[in-house]
Design a protein around this ligand. Structure first.
Ligand SMILES: [Zn+2]
Length: 408
C-alpha cells in the first residue's frame, strides 16, 4: 500500500514535469503563469517543477515581461546548450544529417547526395549516416556526451520486433537491420520512424500543421508518402505502414510503379515518375534540378505544361480520397518535390481535390504548403529522441526505447 502510494506520487511528479517541459518546448518562451494556464497545473506545482528544471540546467530564465499591476514576470525557455539531438533524413536523392539544440535551432548540417552508381545501397547509406553524425558533432563543437540521441527518418516501413528492421520495396530493402548496422559504429541512442511521419511530426509541432488535431501531411520526393495525424498523434496502423499513400491505385492498368504494382499514385506524381512522363528520366541525384527546370519550362513548353496539369489532377484526386477517408481539418503538402509542385500548382491541386471529394468534408479542410522546407524530415527525425527526453524516459525505459550505451 505504502509502495503504491509512493509510486503514485513519483508518477505524478514525473507527469507534471513532462507536462511543463512539453509545454515549454512547443511554445517558448513562456512565463510560469502561462505554463500554469497551458498545463492546467496549479501555480505552486509549476513553481516547484520549474525550480527543479532550472536547478538541473534544463530550463533558463530568458527575460522579464510586464504583468498588469504586479511585479514583472520571468520568461522561461529551454536551455539551448543543455543537450542536443541529431536528425537524419534518408532521402531518395540525398542523406541529410542535422544537429539541433534544445530550442530546435540548427547548429550543424551535413549532406551527402546519392551517387548514381550505388543508389540506395544500404552500406553506402549507413556510411553516410555515420560520417554525417561525426561531422555535425565536430562542426558544432558540442560534447558528444551531451547528445540525447539520433532520430532517423527512413524511406520505408519499420518492423519493431526483437530488432528494428526496415522494409522499403522501392529501395530494394527487405528486412534491413538498420539499428544493428548503425550500432556497430555509434553508441548514441537511436530512434526510427518513417520519413513521412517524421516530416508530419515536424509540421504538426512547428509548421503548417500546428494546432491541428486531425491532419494529413503528404510527402512528395522521388516517391510519395503521407503521415496521418489523428487526435494530435501519428497514426501507425497494425504494422506501422499506415498512410502508404503513394501506392494507392489511381489508374487501372496504368504505369508500372517502382513498388512493382500497376497504376499507383506514385507512378504519376512522384518526381521520378513526372520526369519519366516528360521523357527525361533522371537518376535520383539529378531529379531536384530537373524537376525545377520542368516547372520553369511550363511557361513555354506545352508538353511541360500538360505534364504538370495532369500531375495536379492526379495529386488533387489523391488528396480528395484522403479527405473522403479521413476528414482532416488540414492537408499539408511537403517534401522537396511537393514544395516545388505546390509552389506553382497549389490552386489546380486544390481545385482537383474539390472535384474528387465530397462537399462537406472538403469545405472543412484546408490544403496548405509545408512551412519548414525540405529539411522537415530531418527536423522531425530529431524530435524522436527529444520525445523520450521530454517524457523523462530518454535514458531507457518505455516499450519503444532502444538500449543506451556510452557514446564512443
Ligand atoms: Zn506503388
Amino acid at each position: 500500500m505504502l509502495d503504491r502510494k509512493r509510486g503514485t506520487v513519483r508518477d505524478l511528479r514525473r507527469e507534471n514535469r513532462a507536462a511543463v517541459l512539453w509545454s515549454l518546448y512547443l511554445s517558448q518562451p513562456r512565463s510560469r503563469y502561462e505554463l500554469s494556464e497551458a498545463t492546467g497545473l496549479s501555480a505552486a506545482s509549476v513553481t516547484n517543477v520549474v525550480r527543479e528544471l532550472i536547478d538541473e540546467g534544463i530550463v533558463i530564465e530568458t527575460g522579464l515581461e510586464e504583468s498588469d499591476g504586479g511585479r514583472p514576470r520571468a520568461i522561461l525557455g529551454m536551455n539551448p546548450g543543455y543537450g542536443y539531438v541529431i536528425g537524419v533524413d534518408i532521402g531518395e536523392t540525398r542523406t541529410r544529417v542535422e544537429l539541433f539544440d534544445l530550442t530546435m535551432t540548427e547548429r550543424a548540417r551535413a549532406e551527402y547526395p546519392l551517387d548514381r552508381a550505388v543508389e540506395h545501397d544500404v552500406n553506402v547509406v549507413v556510411e553516410q549516416i555515420v560520417s554525417g553524425v561525426n561531422a555535425v558533432i565536430t562542426d558544432s563543437g558540442v560534447d558528444s556526451g551531451a547528445i540525447l540521441g539520433v532520430g532517423i527518418g527512413v524511406p520505408g516501413i519499420i518492423e519493431r520486433g526483437p530488432e528494428v528492421l526496415v522494409h522499403s520495396q522501392t529501395y530494394g530493402w527487405d528486412a534491413v537491420p538498420l539499428w544493428r548496422l548503425l550500432r556497430a559504429h555509434t553508441g548514441l541512442p537511436l530512434r526510427f520512424d518513417n520519413g513521412a511521419n517524421t516530416m508530419g511530426q515536424a509540421e504538426l509541432w512547428f509548421g503548417a500543421g500546428r494546432g491541428a488535431r486531425n491532419a494529413v501531411v503528404v510527402l512528395i520526393g522521388s516517391g510519395v508518402g503521407a503521415s496521418l495525424i489523428s487526435g494530435g498523434a501519428t497514426y501507425q496502423g497494425a504494422t506501422s505502414s499506415a498512410a502508404e499513400f503513394g501506392h494507392v491505385t489511381v489508374v487501372m492498368g496504368g504505369r508500372k510503379c517502382r513498388c512493382g504494382l500497376i497504376g499507383c499514385l506514385e507512378a504519376y506524381v512522384g518526381a521520378e515518375a513526372i520526369l519519366e512522363r516528360y521523357g527525361r528520366p533522371m537518376a535520383a541525384n539529378d531529379q531536384e534540378g530537373a524537376l525545377a527546370e520542368l516547372i520553369d519550362a511550363a511557361g513555354t513548353s506545352p508538353l511541360a505544361a500538360a505534364i504538370l496539369d495532369e500531375t495536379a489532377q492526379y495529386l488533387g484526386a489523391g488528396i480528395g480520397t484522403l479527405i473522403n477517408l479521413f476528414n482532416p481539418e488540414r492537408v499539408v503538402l511537403g517534401g522537396w518535390a511537393g514544395l516545388l509542385l505546390g509552389g506553382s500548382l497549389l490552386p489546380q491541386i486544390r481545385e482537383s481535390a474539390r472535384q474528387h471529394s465530397l462537399r462537406h468534408p472538403f469545405a472543412a479542410t484546408s490544403i496548405e504548403l509545408g512551412r519548414l522546407g525540405p529539411g522537415a524530415v530531418a527536423l522531425g527525425a530529431a524530435t524522436l529522441p527529444m520525445e523520450s527526453f521530454l517524457n523523462g524516459s530518454w535514458a531507457g525505459g518505455g516499450p519503444r526505447a532502444q538500449p543506451r550505451l556510452t557514446p564512443r
